[in-house]
Design a protein around this ligand. Structure first.
Ligand code: ADP
Ligand code: MG
Length: 737
């Protein structure tokens, strides 16, 4: 008999037809890929006894015995129906075949086998129409010992599609496993020994053909570990590469900017801010570039930590760039940095402090003349601090001595973009890089998604925060609560405070493209029926109805940046004239926007937003010492998944807890964005959220390995496995792009 190794094309083993079907259904082309199509679960005898729990549309695999076979003519049309009743000893189920009279002879009462198909109902009776099936061999049926063995075995249930059933996959897998040739062991022997792991080949055989639960567990553990280890090895290598790049050490000597800044700060730094500040200062003083992730809950004061780092780099003679995800946020940072620095921000200008520096702003929509002035300040080094959007990444922006890049409130900032900014440093050195996440993420997710970065977590919130209270307001069931919500907005405004009203659409053309602008997370269900609240209509309705007489403004992504600036300015500053009390906006205000006087937020059609996004949104209120109120309005029915998400958001303000919930409910990729997502096709078994222990062990092992053998030259099988692993992710990435 021939044997095939992992790289053999599947059609050589299975023939073109089966291989073609598997390729079409799952994109599987080689033996190796196919052996990594792992069972989702296993059925054992008796597991599916309660056939009454079957639900229409479920794809099921059932172990049962034929009870009876009947053939009758169809009632409405010509032709026949073969109906086979099967039983698992407790409940019964029908199998139906149309115009396949010859099937009749195949189903001898008493025969046992596996039946797979999609559950449907006909006249209130559950059935499988045209199922696939496989009988146990006759000799098994006749030999009581072998029946017992078969009955005790675990029958794998594979991820299947309408055209390729689990049984067909199992049959093909059996052929592949029987002819499986040399399967090299990708893990180094010391890793296997240290962690007491099954070897690779044994694990593959065990996961597809287990004889006990213990074996399934051991095989799954081994294969999960392998996935985690491959991923962490890739990341450890990337970290090691970065660690060898040259960077200029930025040690501040005198520190006039940072001194001035801290003197002007109206509060003291939190212990958390001081602690991560030390991590950063240590990195900045090194000869290799910092690559650090700073994460912390919404409102924990990350921006301040970043600003201190930027100022110390400027104090030491370099430049620092702050990259913001939106123009609104870039403009806000620009304003607040200038405020905080006072005359220090006018260094080299008349009336400026002689040890000060200048602050430049670069966005895509700036006027040419202004932009040219700013670019000049940047290349001359007059501007020590440069704030901008993605426009900062373009070739026209050149620095004199870029020492630090801070990426704010961004989890969608890819490795490529980090590289583009790094390339802006001079004399072959690299700038230090600090990335700040918008949303808190569980530690293991951070290790997976940002695994090539060192991680600092900013603990705690500044003292004196009054915090946010959140309520879900059901628009259909409790219309009185809706009236009350608008009344609350009026009360807050009467007290001199500000209100945000957030809508999922802009509404000028009524298309759903607005949702893209809002970066709305595609959320599952029912509530799409009535049109979603739009900024334009809501502003109009409120102005002529519940909020008549208040000063209402709007903000959305299709306004020009001047218009956006004007709206934010009128809303954010107490003495703006004309001011805005109520800002009706899309999620452009989602991250970072800081208006301490804002105390109430009403989110319309709140069920259209994801958990993390709502947490991020409500982080815009209750930021000062005034208590915040967040009202989540929804049409989603009580008990629906959407409603449960909203209740979760209302029940806690712990962003890490919510991030965990969010990840549990959805795949990591949906939460974190495609290119950087924790979801990777190469991770088949590993659960980024729940397999914490495995990920941590694998990370330690991978780091050790890369330290002792950076090129992995002693581990050719590992190198080959890594190449496959990375290729699989890249293929997926290409498809998405
Ligand atoms: P985030 O971590 O969400 O980016 P910010 O950096 O925007 O949070 O900070 C939130 C608010 O807290 C800002 O208004 C900021 O000025 C304020 N803040 C930051 N640090 C402190 C502190 N140590 N004490 C009091 N308020 C602070
Ligand atoms: Mg921030």
């Amino acid at each position: 008999m021939s044997v095939y190794d992992a790289s053999a094309p599947l059609d050589r083993v299975l023939g073109g037809k089966s291989a073609g079907a598997l390729n079409k259904a799952f994109g599987i082309t080689t033996v190796g890929e196919f052996t990594r199509h792992y069972p989702r679960r296993y059925v054992a005898r008796g597991e599916l006894t309660d056939m009454n729990t079957l639900v229409d549309g479920d794809a099921v695999t059932i172990l049962a015995e034929v009870v009876s076979v009947t053939t009758r003519p169809m009632q409405q049309r010509r032709g026949t129906i073969v109906e086979v009743v099967i039983s698992d000893g407790v409940a019964k189920l029908s199998l139906t075949f149309f115009n396949q009279r010859w099937r009749e002879g195949m189903f001898r009462p008493g025969r046992r086998g596996l039946f797979a198909g999609e559950v449907s109902s006909y006249r209130g009776k559950r059935q499988l129409a045209h199922p696939t099936f496989e009988f146990f061999p006759e000799d098994v049926e006749e030999d009581p010992d072998r029946i017992a063995m078969f009955a005790g075995a675990f029958i794998p249930v594979y991820p299947a599609t309408a055209s390729v059933s689990s049984l067909q996959i199992a049959r093909a897998m059996s052929v592949v496993l029987d002819t499986l040739g040399d399967i090299p062991e990708p893990l180094p022997a010391f890793v296997i020994a240290d962690h007491d792991l099954m070897d690779h080949r044994a694990a593959l055989l065990a996961i597809h053909r287990p004889v006990s639960e213990e074996e399934i567990e051991a095989a799954r553990l081994r294969l999960k570990f392998e996935e985690a280890f491959l991923l962490q090895t890739v990341l450890a290598q990337r970290r090691a590469e970065i660690a060898h790049l040259p960077a200029r050490a930025r040690v501040e000597h005198d520190g006039p900017l940072i001194r001035e800044f801290e003197a002007r700060l109206p509060f003291t730094l939190t212990p958390g801010q001081l602690a991560v500040g030390e991590d950063i200062a240590r990195d900045l003083a090194g000869d290799h570039p910092m690559h650090r992730l700073l994460q912390g809950d919404v409102g924990s004061g990350k921006t301040l930590v970043a600003l201190r780092a930027m100022l110390s780099v400027v104090d030491s003679g370099g430049q620092a760039a702050l990259l913001a995800p939106t123009e609104v946020l870039a403009a806000q940072h620009f304003r607040s940095i200038k405020n905080l620095l006072g005359e220090m921000a006018e260094g080299g200008m008349l009336g400026g402090h002689d040890q000060g520096t200048q602050v430049a702003l670069v966005t895509g929509s700036m006027k040419v003349a202004q932009r040219r002035k700013d670019l000049l300040k940047i290349i001359s080094g007059d501007a020590g601090i440069v704030v901008g959007t993605h426009a900062l990444l373009t070739d026209t922006v050149q620095f004199r001595d870029l020492g630090l890049v801070v990426v704010d409130e961004q989890h969608r900032f890819g490795v490529e973009q980090r590289a583009a900014l790094s390339a802006k440093a001079v004399d072959g050195t690299r700038p230090h890089v600090l990335v700040m996440t918008a949303t808190p993420i569980p530690r293991t997710v951070a290790m997976t998604v940002f695994g090539d970065l060192d991680i600092s977590t900013l603990e705690g919130l500044p003292e004196g925060r009054a915090g946010v209270t959140t309520h879900v307001v059901s628009m259909k069931e409790k219309p009185a609560h809706v009236d009350r919500a608008w009344e609350r907005v009026r009360e807050e405004v009467a007290a001199g405070h500000r209100a945000f009203i957030v809508c999922p659409r802009i509404g000028d053309d009524g298309t759903d493209e607005d949702l893209l602008e809002a970066d709305l997370e595609a959320v599952d269900d029912e509530s799409t029926k009535s049109p979603l609240a739009s900024v334009l209509e809501t502003a109009e309705y409120l102005a002529s109805g519940p909020l008549a007489g208040l000063r209402i403004g709007i903000l959305h992504g299709r306004m020009s940046s001047d218009e956006k600036d004007a709206a934010m300015g009128a809303f954010a500053s107490v003495d703006a004239d004309p001011g805005i009390d109520v800002l009706v906006s899309t999620t452009v205000i989602e991250v970072g926007v800081d208006v301490p006087m804002a105390t109430v937020m009403v989110v319309l059609d709140a069920d259209r937003f994801g958990i993390s996004q709502l947490h991020q949104l409500r982080g815009r209120v209750g930021r000062g010492n005034l208590p915040g109120l967040c009202l989540l309005m929804t049409n989603a029915p009580v008990g629906s998944p959407a409603r449960k998400r909203l209740n979760a958001v209302a029940s806690t303000t712990d962003g890490f807890e919510l991030a965990r919930l969010d990840l549990e409910q959805r795949r990591e990729g949906d939460v974190l964005g495609a290119s950087q997502s924790g979801h990777r096709t190469s991770l088949k078994l590993l659960q980024v959220v729940s397999d914490i222990g495995i990920i941590e062990l694998a990370r330690t092992a991978a780091t050790t390995l890369v330290e002792i053998n950076p090129t992995l030259s002693e581990y050719p099988h590992l190198i080959a496995a890594l190449a496959d692993f990375v290729a699989e992710d890249q293929a997926e990435f290409m498809e998405k792009a």
